[in-house]
Design a protein around this ligand. Sequence first.
Ligand SMILES: Cc1ncc(COP(=O)(O)O)c(C=O)c1O
Length: 399
Amino acid sequence: MKLEEYQQLDETYLVQNYGTRLPIAFVRGEGMYLYDSEGRRYLDFLAGIAVVTLGHSHPKLVAALTDQVGSLIHSSNYFLIGPQAELGKRLVELSGLDRAFFCNSGAEANEVLIKVARRWAAQHWGEGVRPVVITCDNSFHGRTLATLTATAQAKVQKGFAPLMPGFKYIPFNDLEAAGEAVTDDVCAFLVEPVQGEGGINVATDAFLQGLRDLCDERGLLLLLDEVQCGAGRTGTFFAYEQYHLKPDAVALAKGLGGGVPIGAMVCTQDLAEVLQPGSHGTTFGGNFLACRAGVTVVDTIREERLLENCRAIGAYLTQQLEALCDRNPRCAGVRGRGLMIALDLTEEIAAKARDAAAERGLIVNALRPDTLRLVPPLTVQPEHVDEAVRILDAAVSAA
Ligand SMILES: Cc1ncc(COP(=O)(O)O)c(C=O)c1O
């Protein structure tokens, strides 16, 4: 099919909720590159929004999924599921927590965190006595009714009133505000260690460690949303490892399946016990295909030393972007951790720069009107960084 046909089908039959769909139809991916219907090649520094951890069509993932598709895709949670238990074991060992639960997306993983927090609070203080979860301005936790309420961004909530009761917002990285927000109806904080959709904002050590201490002192839960910053993206498997603390529960999704939809909650034994039979579940969550993908992603991250690569190439990319800011007057600054990086521009030209980059064979996204996001696969190499920065330089100048 040619590009015009894809476009016509999309415009005729699909809900037009994705305003920024570019007129590019990818048909194939290999490593760091995507190929479109017209045979053009693109260097992928978006990775399906921080999802394609191992790059496209990684031979180990292709082999594992091919094998799994040929033997069993789905049976349901009425039965034992080998890859689900295998992935649970790996996530428990990596997290230092006790048990895992699997679902299908980031929003669903955060729903579980919120449900667990409420049910835990109900058991401690009585049903509905302390249901409030505190989240941060500019956070992003998902699009379900509970998670869009948790998401402290007016544009995400607009038109969906009444919002879910039981949420309260504080400025990100403001520990004093956090302390003041703890009234006697609060049971938990829900925080991204590195805010993704909100602009790649890194939590300070003082903030996250201070929240841990505050939660310990006041008997509250610290819930972390690592849907975007987890699964190795910041250079450790969990971003919270770099803060030398443990949450009570953490949400994963995006990068965990390397492109196959999956979500997960990993939590303490105490919280796991809250979800008794009948309290929560999902048809697809933790199925053979998704968990086989997850196991392969986790094992390949270890086998190919991708956390080390993420740290090294992340540092190199940051350095090269800082040098770009020195020589290109439209580039204002760099922010991020590991391979989760934002490039700020001096003007609101991010969408134009994104389009100009795509025309030159580089995929990035416009996170804000004046910010580009770079979240390449963790397999990225220095030569890809050089190519990306060269294209970005030209694209930003042309925007
Ligand atoms: C931090 C964070 N939490 C939750 C979500 C929602 O995940 P999903 O789109 O898989 O529902 C996202 C998606 O961008 C995210 O970045």
